[in-house]
Design a protein around this ligand. Structure first.
Ligand code: G3H
Ligand code: ZN
Length: 281
């Protein structure tokens, strides 16, 4: 069934487990996430990023409706979330398109402007019952971004600044920069677990880990144990999908029916989803 991100994350916060959120680009992603969640017997969040909306020609409706339909038809509790929204215009489409939650991403802006833009997004969302996540610090590594020096000042999230940010904006959850980076195809990131503990103690809202594709299993388990609540995974699904499609096409160079290679691609994503869900505690 279709449930809300707010209820899944609140339950995770109360019970100290994690909720995995997976990025949907195509219908096959949504179907694979539902299949993986059913297999694992766990809830999950289906999230569509602003970049994925751009891939669909700037049109949110079709992929949102398809993803919501997959969630409604599933036996697993699945929520629909709009991810990494920088455009206020896209934020304002969330309500009409059936999203119960949005990550509004003003993390590229200087602190004061990030606070102002995020506070406005929260005010808009809360008037409509929409749960809002925002980012302080810079996870980095998104498409088109220069790689970050993870040790440079202002890159990792500062605990005192995080407390002030949450108080000033009223966000429902906070995405923090603690050593992960977006779009990693190898799982080699090392998280700053001491910083995760400090952030957990500094703010009352649930913490969100972005760029989890590059984080090894044990580090994810440890992050959940020390208070990380929403675990965002995107690239790992694409790595699995593309690997399976590439292998199929290499072995079958003359076939043309897309179903022949999308089936192993989708199955590889479902197995990856089930693997991440097993780490949620
Ligand atoms: O918001 C999406 C996630 O942070 C995904 O990051 O593609 O590196 O797993 P990833
Ligand atoms: Zn992210």
């Amino acid at each position: 069934p279709l449930v809300s991100t707010g209820e899944l994350v609140s339950a995770a916060q109360a019970d100290r487990h994690g909720i995995a959120a997976f990025n949907v680009i195509t219908l096959e992603h949504a179907e694979a996430i539902a299949a993986g969640a059913e297999r694992a017997g766990a809830p999950a969040i289906l999230q569509i990023s602003e970049n994925a909306v751009k891939f669909h020609g700037g049109r949110l409706s079709a992929i949102a409706a398809a993803t919501a339909a997959v969630a409604r038809a599933s036996s697993a509790p699945l929520a629909l979330h709009l991810d990494h929204v920088e455009s206020v215009d896209l934020l304002h489409q969330a309500h009409a398109e059936g999203f119960g939650s949005v990550m509004f991403d003003a993390s590229k802006l200087p602190y004061e402007q990030n606070v102002q833009a995020t506070a406005d997004a929260v005010a808009w969302g809360h008037e409509r019952g929409i749960w809002i996540e925002a980012e302080l610090g810079k996870v980095g590594g998104k498409e088109g971004e220069a790689p970050l020096d993870a040790h440079a000042p202002g890159v990792r999230t500062d605990p005192a600044e995080a407390a002030a940010y949450v108080a000033a904006t009223g966000v429902d959850a906070l995405a923090v920069a603690v050593g992960s980076s977006h779009a990693m195809t190898e799982r080699t990131a090392a998280l700053d677990h001491a910083l995760i503990g400090q952030l957990r103690d500094a703010v009352t809202v649930p913490l969100v880990l972005h760029g989890s594709s590059g984080v090894p299993d044990d580090e994810i388990r440890q992050a959940v144990a020390s208070g990380m609540r929403k675990i965002n995974v995107g690239t790992a699904l694409n790595t699995a999908f593309t690997g399976a499609v590439r292998a199929y096409l290499a072995e079958n160079p003359t076939g043309v029916d897309p179903r022949k290679y999308l089936v192993p691609g989708r199955e590889a994503m479902a197995a990856t989803v089930a693997g991440f869900l097993a780490l949620m505690g």
